[in-house]
Design a protein around this ligand. Structure first.
Ligand code: MRU
Length: 360
């Protein structure tokens, strides 16, 4: 199967600082921010200058390198304690995406027995680069497994295959070609004749601003729709498959992803449309038995009450702004991972696959 390369570089490590593409300015401005302090990395994650579960895990890893460099004059015990506390700050910066915890825990585990500051910096740097490169490899594999699912869908020759996705799951959200977008790019490269409906993704518009940008850059036909249009098109028979990413997959397959994903899954089931999650195993959390255990981030009201920084509502209106929702496993046709596609009894399948997964 032909492979795809990502065209966008959302993050570049420069040995003593981190460059991140400020995604809040896309698609009209491509500006890199230079981050020299781990606190700037935390702020960039919280303010969503960069976002996407795998990518914030990668950013946190490089942030841990910066923290170690900044604190390297302390004695070893103090340094390790400080790094544990910085790790907690990273984990809390966006509470739903488990990749933050996954990356920070790998790093803390690596340095636990090291008693020299320089060696700690070297070990964290090595791990951060590994986490970054490893995510790229995972995305390639997810793309290939997922493309096979797409190939099997036959809509005859009278029209292109129509996919639907939400949020942004591509190169801007990962260390490689992306998860759900990785699947779409790989399928498109191998079996042309694919078009993608992109849900705009209120309130931050990741679909409208980022996903359409990535798909157009890769020469894939895409059609932007409002989130509320998805059900209408599904009912009219215009959607053949839904594929989305994940911020955390619980041990029973329940999945947290961008707010609005749950309703897509229910509507897909109602309309007999396959609904797939694409996610690396670094997004699975066996400590969460079900979706009920996944913390859901609630963000600032202004994301909803303001458009382009201008208030659009009566001031003082009450707002709820959960950034993610939970899709129960029963609505999911399959979870596309780098190790293959999980289906059926998710609890058993996830347990089996996580027991096999080896971290180097
Ligand atoms: O709030 P965001 O933009 O970080 O949300 C991102 C998503 O919900 C993605 O679908 C998810 O992180 C998977 S990215 C490969």
């Amino acid at each position: 199967m032909k492979t795809v390369q990502s065209k966008v570089q959302p993050l570049v490590w420069k040995s003593s600082y981190l460059l991140i593409l400020d995604q809040r300015l896309l698609p009209h401005e491509k500006k890199y921010l230079k981050l020299t302090d781990y606190k700037q990395v935390i702020k960039a994650i919280k303010d969503m200058a960069l976002r996407g579960a795998p990518l914030i895990g990668i950013a946190a890893s490089y942030g841990m390198v910066l923290a170690a460099i900044q604190r390297s004059k302390q004695n070893i015990q103090e340094l390790i304690l400080e790094l544990k506390s910085v790790g907690e700050e990273f984990k809390q910066s966006r509470p739903t995406a488990v990749n933050l915890k996954w990356a920070v825990d790998l790093i803390l585990n690596d340095i636990n027995q090291i008693n020299d500051a320089k060696k700690i910096i070297d070990a964290i740097t090595k791990r951060a680069i590994w986490i970054h490169e490893d995510d790229s490899i995972r995305c390639q594999k997810i793309g290939k497994h997922g493309a096979k699912v797409i190939k099997q869908i036959n809509v005859g020759t009278h029209r292109d295959l129509s996919l639907l996705t939400i949020c942004n799951t591509g190169a801007l959200a990962t260390g490689g070609i992306g998860t759900a977008i990785g699947v779409i790019l790989t399928a498109h490269k191998n079996y042309p004749g694919i078009k993608v409906f992109v849900a705009e993704t209120r309130p931050r518009q990741q679909g409208a601003k980022l996903t359409t940008f990535e798909l157009i850059e890769n020469g894939i036909e895409c059609i932007l729709i409002t989130d509320a249009t998805c059900g209408y098109l599904m009912h009219k028979g215009e959607i053949d498959l839904v594929v989305v990413g994940a911020d955390r997959v619980a041990a029973n397959g329940d999945t947290a992803n961008k707010i609005g994903t749950y309703q897509l899954a229910v509507l897909a089931k109602e309309n007999n449309i396959p609904f797939y999650i694409a996610a690396p195993l670094s997004t699975f959390d066996r400590l969460c038995k079900s979706g009920a255990d996944i913390p859901i981030e609630e963000r600032q009201p202004e994301e909803i009450t303001n458009i382009n920084d201008k208030p659009i509502c009566t001031s003082g209106v009450k707002v709820r702004n959960p950034a993610f929702d939970i899709t129960p496993a029963k609505y999911i046709s399959g979870i596309i991972t780098e190790k293959g596609i999980l289906r059926g009894n998710y609890k058993e399948e996830i347990n089996k696959i996580l027991n096999q997964a080896v971290v180097v």
